[in-house]
Design a protein around this ligand. Structure first.
Ligand SMILES: [Zn+2]
Length: 277
């Protein structure tokens, strides 16, 4: 079945090829090449689930990305969305939550290859060594990163990002004090804990309904340089660079390759206006 699915995706991508080629040519010439920001959660071979990618598949992703894109930091990605524009295929890599398993394969691979990435962690789970609620409901609690492990990432030059204190659905939070704690205070505490500035914030779950305009405003007011969603979509030069739309690092490489080859369904995903610039 999976071979048939791969073949179907590849045929779709091939049939759309000429149209995509002309579009990319135009973007390159106009300096409007989009920036793709990928998100992963957990890279491991045990306990597969929808937010885990196997080590071999992850390595294939990285090989393919390195062969076809500039893999840059979030700040360089934002720079390419600015007035200078962008004429190069560009990808940023991020991780959400803070799974200890990532330290066995994915992180050493990225560090060894000197590939920049941003690692978003949920403060409360790390500090209390508490498994994530979305793993507990499945009855498979996964080990969470320790403070020491995050500090080691900082020392290795990895950008650490904030992913709230308790991983709530921020779209449901209207209480200002709760919102401030989850977005601002937890970010400040994380910064103090790992002794490094925190410049980026990722909304838990990241679909449109989980975003919060007031939360984004608070983040901006308190020194955050960018916030990430997770409902798909590219970022184009001229877009509001403070809000970085992210695309799932789908374990099926053929599907990811099709999306990142500028599938119109991804290109046309409407942008959620956070109203913060
Ligand atoms: Zn998360």
């Amino acid at each position: 079945m999976s071979i048939i699915q791969d073949a179907a995706i590849q045929f779709y991508q091939w049939s759309a090829g000429p149209a995509r080629w002309w579009r990319v040519r135009h973007w390159r010439q106009a300096g409007t090449m989009p920036v793709a920001v990928l998100f992963y959660h957990r890279v491991a071979d045990e306990h597969p689930n929808p937010w885990t990618i196997a080590t071999k598949a992850f390595a294939q992703h990285i090989d393919w990305l390195q062969a076809h894109f500039d893999i840059v930091s979030l700040s360089e990605g934002q720079h390419r969305l600015g007035p200078a524009g962008n004429s190069r295929p560009t990808v940023c890599i991020t991780f959400d939550d803070g799974y200890a398993d990532n330290h066995r394969f994915a992180i050493p691979l990225l560090i060894e290859r000197r590939i920049p990435f941003t690692y978003f962690v949920t403060l409360g789970n790390v500090v209390e060594q508490r498994p994530f609620a979305h793993d507990l409901v499945r009855g498979v609690p996964m080990p969470v990163d320790t403070v020491e492990a995050i500090r080691a990432l900082v020392n290795a030059g990895v950008e650490i990002g904030s992913h709230t204190r308790t991983h709530p659905d921020l779209g449901q939070i209207t209480d200002e004090a709760t919102l401030f704690d989850e977005v601002v205070r937890s970010t400040q505490e994380l910064s103090e804990l790992v002794e490094t500035p925190i410049r980026y914030f990722a909304f838990p779950f990241g679909q449109r309904v989980h975003l919060n305009r007031r939360g984004a405003e608070l983040a901006r007011q308190h020194g955050i340089q960018g916030v990430c969603s997770a409902y798909g979509g590219f970022n184009f030069p001229g877009d509001e660079p403070f809000h970085l739309q992210r695309i799932h690092g789908d374990p099926r490489l053929s599907r990811l390759q099709n999306w990142l080859s500028f599938d119109q369904r991804v290109v046309r995903i409407p942008r959620f206006r956070l109203g913060v610039s």
